[in-house]
Each structure stands twice: as C-alpha cells, then as structure tokens.
Ligand binder design. Structure first.
Ligand code: DDQ
Ligand code: CA
Length: 273
C-alpha cells in the first residue's frame, strides 16, 4: 500500500512538472484571469504643446478653459502652478519651501490637494489664490499621486497600493492592491480618474496602468515608449520619466507629459490587441 502511494505521489509530481514545463507555456496565471481580460493600447498623436522643461512634473490635471494645474518636485524647485495649455506659459506660480518636494495634485471643487514626497504632509490651496493654504496629514506610506472622481480622493504612495481617501478628513476609506494577473504592480505614481478607472503612471516605466478602483485589477496597459524615444532622438537627453496624466472630461482630451519634458502631448489611444 505504501509503495503504491509513493508511486502515485511520484506520478502526480512528474505530471505536474511536465504540465508546467511544456515548451514555451507561460504560467497559467498569465494566460487567463477569472475577473479581467487585459487590453493593450498604443496611441496616435493629436497635438503637442510646449511644456516647461524645468518642471519636474509630479501631478497634473486639466482645469477647463485650456488651463492646467501642475505640481512640480525637486527641493528648492517645487511648485504649484497654473499653466496655459496652448503655450505652456506659467500663468500663476506658487513656489514651495525649499525643504518640501511637491508630488501628486488634484482639484476638487475650488480646492487643490497636494501631497509631498517622503512626508505625510499635504497642502490644500484655493484654486483662485494659491497663497491661501492649509495643510493636512495622511496615513498613506508616502505621498506620490492624487486624483479624484469628484467625491473622494485616490492616492498612491509608490507601492502597489491604491488608496481611497475621504476628501474632508483625509482618512483612508479603502485600500486595494493593484495587480496584473495576480502580480502586484509597484511604484504607482501620478494618477488620473477617467470614466470609472484610475489611470496610474508606473514609475520608471513608459507605461500607464488603467486600474479598476473597486478591486485593484489592471484592466488595460498603455505603452508610451515612443514619446520618450522621440524626445530622446531629437536631442532631449536630460528628460526624466513619463509622469503626468490629465483628462479633459468635457472634450475627452487626454494629455500626457513627463518630468523635465519640453512637451505635453494630446493623444488618442489605439488598441493593439
Ligand atoms: N517620486 O516621484 C518617484 C515619488 C520621487 C522621485 C524622486 C526623484 C529624486 C530626484 C533627486 C532627489 C534629490 C534628493
Ligand atoms: Ca493627473
């Protein structure tokens, strides 16, 4: 009986090993997922606009009337600014203290919310008067990205966690782990809420993950390496990573840029699958 059991166990192990090692077959998790069938997108360029090449873009959003609000990082160079879309001109600039590093930015009503790097302090500004500023603390591990659906805030902290925050108390209401086919997606950075999804720049990649905020699943990937490659090939070798998604909800215009990028791009997605 024992010999039979050992033989059966050995057979099952061999069969399992064979099944997983068939030539070229990826792990089962990559082939299918019960809850999601991922779509992949490239883009078509609609228009390009000038963007301040000294702006270390950490948060950006479209505010109507062809204006953007932008948060920039780096110590001594961090700011919150109002920018003219067509020209890239900084219309209003609020320079931050030298010891803070600006990060994610979002607009809810008349209030701009901003988080900062390596600190749990955030700032709230009146969109009409950046100097009227109050502060808050949050319980995310760090301050990277911010977005809003018009009711709550969404935040990222450089991990694979996506936070839902109460816009009044800044308390964490919910946390989901962002996953692609069972694998965590770390380094979630600048965010944008678009049509029920949270779009996230993944730090140090040319990719945007489109995330379902209910369960954290990546429902689509957007590949934007062509933008960085074009900039690099035309001599812009000082640029940093892709970071910055802004959405004009009314006219369905999608804008992307990056840290120290001299351009802001309006793009349309094109499915590649
Ligand atoms: N983050 O955007 C990924 C959250 C932070 C980027 C920090 C880049 C470091 C630049 C140099 C820091 C100088 C102390
Ligand atoms: Ca954004």
């Amino acid at each position: 009986v024992i010999a039979g059991a050992v033989a059966l166990a050995a057979f099952l192990l061999l069969a399992a090993a064979y099944a997983t090692r068939r030539a070229g077959s990826p792990p089962a998790a990559l082939l299918s997922h019960p809850a999601v069938s991922t779509r992949f997108f490239s883009f078509d360029l609609v228009r390009e606009y000038p963007h301040d090449p000294a702006a270390f873009t950490q948060g950006i959003l479209y505010a109507g009337n062809d204006t953007l609000f932008e948060s920039t990082g780096l110590y001594g160079r961090s700011s919150v600014r109002k920018v003219e879309l067509q020209t890239g001109k900084v219309l209003v600039n609020h320079q931050m203290d030298g010891d803070v590093f600006g990060e994610g930015l979002t607009l809810l009503g008349d209030r701009l919310f901003q988080v900062t790097w390596l600190k749990n302090d955030g700032f709230i500004y009146d969109r009409h008067n950046f100097s009227k500023c109050t502060s808050f603390t949050h319980k995310m591990r760090d301050g990277w990205g911010l977005a809003t659906d018009g009711k709550v805030l969404f935040g990222s902290d450089g991990t694979s966690m996506l936070y839902k925050l109460d816009s009044k108390s800044l308390e964490v209401m919910k946390v989901v782990t962002v996953k692609y086919h069972g694998n965590q997606v770390p380094y979630l950075n600048e965010l944008e809420y678009i049509d029920g999804e949270v779009w996230a720049n993944v730090w140090q990649t040319d990719c945007i993950a489109r995330v379902s905020p209910e369960d954290g699943l990546v429902v689509c990937w957007i590949f934007l390496h062509e933008l960085r490659r074009q900039l690099w090939n035309s001599g812009n070798t000082n640029i940093d990573v892709l970071n910055g998604i802004a959405w004009d909800e009314r006219r369905h215009r999608l804008f992307v840029t990056g840290k120290l990028w001299p351009k802001l791009y309006e793009i349309k997605l094109r499915a590649v699958d």
